[in-house]
Design a protein around this ligand. Sequence first.
Ligand code: FRU
Length: 498
Amino acid sequence: MNNLIKPILPILVLASIFSCSPNTSEQEKKDEKSFDEQFRPQYHFSPPQQWMNDPNGMVYLDGEYHLFYQHYPDSNVWGPMHWGHAVSKDLLHWEHLPIALYPDSLGYIFSGSAVIDHGNTTGLGENGKDPMVAIYTYHHDKDGQSQGIAFSNDKGRSWTKYSDNPVLKSPGIPDFRDPKVSWYDQGNGKGKWIMTLAVKDKISFYSSPNLIDWTHESDFNPEWAAYGGVWECPDLFPLEASNGEEKWVLLVSINPGGPNGGSATQYFTGNFDGQQFTTEGQKVKWIDYGADDYAGVTWSNIPKEDGRRLFIGWMSNWQYATIVPTTAWRSAMTLPRELELVSVEGDDRLASRPIRETKGLRSSSESIQGPTHQLKAPLFELELTKANHEKASLTLSNELGEKVVFKIDGDQLAFDRSSSGKTDFEAGFGNLHTAPLSGVDIKSLRVFADRSSLEFFINDGELVMTEIIFPNAPYLKLDFEGFNENAKVHYLASIWDH
Ligand code: FRU
């Protein structure tokens, strides 16, 4: 969260109270219930109502993916944080559940993670079962930030806060937050919990035998990393590199200081030995060059047979998150993505591609011929392959003349949303966004269009740009050049019943 937001919060809260006018029309009420409001995402996760930011506590258990999220149920702008909650069997169709965690005397409930406490190391499980444990930050205006835990013995349906919170006290600094906890296997049946924590502009690692008693292990803050703003929402996990070796990946969100302004997530590849993370190379790398993928982390407890490392991000940016032109709810999550390490020019890069389950959303498909194509519906996925020359562009536009342009130009990608529709709620919203190709040899492009977002995946996620947009009419015209002619569009079904 940008500290600048805090002083203007009261004004924003007041503004939002007035904008939730008592004169909401019958049609608007109906739209709200059926998730059919203007700009309401149709296949991305969004909260039923009011404010949402970071994804939290993502964990898989018994056929259900849990998604918790930073939520303020009393307004459509940021305020005293709760953990909202939803579950899904396929990461696309979500069932909204009651709020999981409410603020208490120790503070607001900020971001964090959840694990299945295999072996009941906490002793908080009942009837010989392993509890689900959430580890989150308490934010207290006077006492600072500390870490607390809560547990559930009924698959996340009800939660009890640990009686002796906090489990990791504030060292008296304002930024000490967003614990991501995972089990580190030391072999021979031994292991320990590792907490990856954002501490102002460094990452601290802690270890624990039981999620309750924590010991500081090490810090990570190489001088060449991106430090434009405060470090937030880290994640640490192993992945198999393209040469078959195990590598560790550390995600660190940073706000501001992203490559296209405001919030973004950098990542490091290297090694973690159970105490310390060491990185290779000295290149700042971003998981997504678009303006709208922040605070993303990965799911815990994915079964070994599945083996995927699944990620979801908050599809907004603190630059304008509280003033985007929606009223009933604010913000959505990115498509869930699968992470993979690929090698580009000898360097480990973190590719993120839409999960394969998105194919289940396809309702019909057609071939498209350039340079112009009339689309039949506004929810779609495009698949294009690249022609054998450098420049290419793709324009989506509507009958009002509003448009977005995505370009491959020399050694960079560029995305222009300056004429995309509603843009004047924030001065910088229409700025040109770019991404350096950095050795990526473009062969394919997939684009996912929802009512208020576009996600561009080059070469199955080697380069990604996620962007929100607010067109006043759906984009139904597609113009493209520089791509092969065997392009395809898949129309996608809404996840809501309307
Ligand atoms: C990131 C963040 C986290 C914090 C939460 C508060 O967007 O600022 O660092 O825990 O949001 O809502």
